[in-house]
Design a protein around this ligand. Structure first.
Ligand code: GAL
Length: 470
C-alpha cells in the first residue's frame, strides 16, 4: 500500500534527548534557563541529562536499526554548535558529534532529516532580544548557512523551524514554554513574524548558495489540529472553523504556500478586535516590508506535525482583554466519542489526519507532504504491552494510506513522535511518547522497545517488502 521509497521515520529533538547541557563547551539555551527556574516544569525536572544521547548515541542508533527506519529526524542544538549564537565561535566538538550521528546513520542506510531550530534558542541571543527582535532573522540565517556548509553534503532533508505556532503561542502568549513570556495578543504575532522571516532567509540562502551542489530540500514543520464545525449546518460554526484554521495552520502556511502574506481572515479578525477593545498601538499583526525576504514559495515540501482534532463553534470573543483567544473568536471542543491518549489535549482522531491532508492538498496547491510528527503518549502506570497505542498508530497509518490512494495526496513519509521517551517540555518525563521506553531511574538510561515500537517495526518491514516485490 505504500511505495517502496516511502520514508518511515521517527523524530526527536536536541533538548528533549541530548542532555550534556554543559558538555564540551555547549552554551546554555532558553530551555536550560527556563527548566532551571522553579515551578516551570512538572516536578521541576529538566533536560540536563534527558536520554543522554550526547553520550549514548550508539544506543539510539541500535533503536533506529531495530525499528528498521529508513529515516531519522533529529534537531541540532544551536547553542551546542555556536555557543555564543554566532559563527565567530564554532564548537568543534559538537561538529564532531553531529558528524558522527550523520555518518553512522548513512552507514546504516538511514537518511537524516535535520531540524535547525526546535524551541532552543541560545540564551545569549535571548538576552539580546531573541525572537522579538527583527535582527534574529540574520543570525538564524548565518547559523543555517553554517549548517548547510558543514553538513549539507550528507543531509538532504532540512527543516528550518519546528512548529512556529507552538513556539510563539506557548512561549509568548501562554508563557508555559521557554522563554516563559506572557504578553497576550501582541508578542506571539511579532515572534511568528520573525520566525517566518528567519525561515525564508535560510530557504533563500539554501536555494541560491547550496541547492545546485547539495541537491537537498528545505521546509519548515507546521503543526495543526484538524478542525471541523461543531454543528455542520451552522454558518456561524463553519465561519468560526475557517477562522480558527486561519489562525493555526493558515498563520504560517498561507504566507509560504499561497500568498506571501497572512490570511486575510486572520488580519481582519485581529484589526476588528483591536478596534473593539480600543487598542491604539502599532498593528499587532505585522506586515512584510519590501526589505523582507520573499516568503511565498519558501518550502520544497509540506512538513506536517499532526496529533489531534477539535470541533469548533463561534463565541470565543467573550474575553474582554487583548489575547489570541479573543482574536480567534472560536471555541474548541473534544468530541466525547474520541479516546484520550495519555495527556488531556491528545484526543485520538485518525480520520482527522486524512481530512487535514485533503484540506492541505486543496488549499496549498497539492504539495509533497512529509508527516514529520504523529504520536501517542502514555502517562501514569507504565505499560510495555501498550495495545491501545498500537491500535491508534495502525488506524492512523491506515488513514494516511487512504489519503494517498483515495484522495491522491502526495505523502512521501511518516515519522512517529518519538523514537524514545524523552523530556516532554513542561510535562517533564511524566508523559511518554516513545517507541522505546527509557528507564530514567537507571543510570544507564536503558532503552526497551514497547509493543507499540514492535508493531511500528512490523508495519515498516511489511511495506518495505511489498514495495520491493512490486
Ligand atoms: C510537538 C513538539 C515535540 C513533542 C510533541 C509531543 O509539538 O514538536 O517536541 O514534544 O509535540 O507533545
Amino acid at each position: 500500500m505504500f511505495p517502496s521509497d516511502f520514508a518511515w521515520g521517527a523524530s526527536t529533538s536536541a533538548y528533549q534527548i541530548e542532555g550534556g547541557w554543559q558538555a564540551d563547551g555547549k552554551g546554555p539555551s532558553i530551555w536550560d534557563t527556563f527548566s532551571h527556574e522553579k515551578g516551570r516544569v512538572f516536578e521541576d525536572q529538566n533536560g540536563d541529562v534527558a536520554c543522554n544521547s550526547y553520550e549514548l548515541w550508539e544506543k539510539d542508533l541500535e533503536c533506529i536499526q531495530q525499528l528498521g527506519l529508513t529515516h531519522y529526524r533529529l534537531s541540532f542544538s544551536w547553542a551546542r554548535l555556536l555557543p555564543d549564537g554566532t559563527t565567530r565561535n564554532v564548537n568543534h566538538k559538537s561538529v564532531q558529534y553531529y558528524n558522527r550521528v550523520i555518518d553512522d546513520l548513512l552507514a546504516c542506510h538511514v537518511s537524516p532529516m535535520v531540524t535547525l531550530y526546535h524551541f532552543d534558542l541560545p540564551q545569549v541571543l535571548e538576552d539580546l532580544g531573541g525572537w522579538k527582535s527583527p535582527g534574529i532573522a540574520t543570525l538564524f540565517d548565518n547559523y543555517a548557512k553554517f549548517c548547510f556548509q558543514t553538513f549539507g553534503d550528507r543531509v538532504k532533508l532540512w527543516l528550518t523551524i519546528n512548529e512556529p505556532l507552538t513556539f510563539a503561542k506557548l512561549g509568548y502568549e501562554d508563557g508555559i514554554h521557554a522563554p516563559g513570556v506572557k504578553e497576550k495578543g501582541i508578542s506571539a504575532y511579532q515572534v511568528g513574524h520573525n520566525l517566518l522571516r528567519a525561515h525564508a532567509m535560510a530557504w533563500h540562502s539554501y536555494d541560491s548558495e547550496y541547492r545546485a551542489t547539495q541537491r537537498g530540500a528545505v521546509s519548515l514543520a507546521l503543526n495543526s489540529d484538524w478542525l471541523e464545525p461543531l454543528n455542520p449546518d451552522s454558518n456561524e460554526d463553519i465561519t468560526a472553523t475557517e477562522r480558527d484554521l486561519a489562525f493555526t495552520l493558515g498563520w504560517f502556511a498561507w504566507p509560504v504556500f499561497v500568498t506571501g502574506d497572512y490570511p486575510e481572515i486572520m488580519r481582519s479578525a485581529i484589526e476588528h478586535r483591536s478596534k473593539k477593545l480600543g487598542y491604539s498601538g502599532p498593528p499587532r499583526l505585522p506586515s512584510f516590508s519590501k526589505d523582507d525576504p520573499t516568503i511565498l514559495g519558501t518550502a520544497d515540501f509540506f512538513a506536517l506535525n499532526y496529533y489531534t482534532s477539535r470541533k469548533v463553534k463561534a463565541g470565543g470573543d467573550a474575553e474582554q482583554t487583548l489575547c489570541m483567544k479573543s482574536d480567534r473568536d472560536a471555541l474548541e471542543f473534544i468530541d466525547p466519542s474520541w479516546p484520550i491518549c495519555g495527556v488531556s489535549w491528545l484526543a485520538v482522531v485518525p480520520y482527522g489526519l486524512r481530512k487535514l491532508l485533503k484540506y492541505m492538498k486543496d488549499t496549498f496547491n497539492d504539495p509533497t507532504v512529509y508527516i514529520t510528527e504523529n504520536g501517542f503518549s502514555q502517562m501514569g502506570p507504565l505499560q510495555m504491552e501498550d495495545v491501545q497505542r498500537c491500535e491508534f498508530s495502525s488506524n492512523t497509518i491506515l488513514e494516511v494510506a487512504k489519503a494517498m490512494q483515495e484522495d491522491g495526496v502526495k505523502v512521501h513519509g511518516y515519522f512517529a513522535w518519538s523514537l524514545m521517551d524523552n523530556f516532554e517540555w513542561a510535562d517533564g518525563f511524566s508523559v511518554r511518547f516513545g517507541l522505546f521506553h527509557v528507564d530514567f531511574s537507571d543510570a544507564k538510561l536503558s532503552r526497551t522497545m514497547y509493543l507499540y515500537g514492535q508493531e511500528f517495526a512490523k508495519i515498516i518491514s511489511k511495506h518495505q517488502k511489498s514495495g520491493q516485490t512490486q
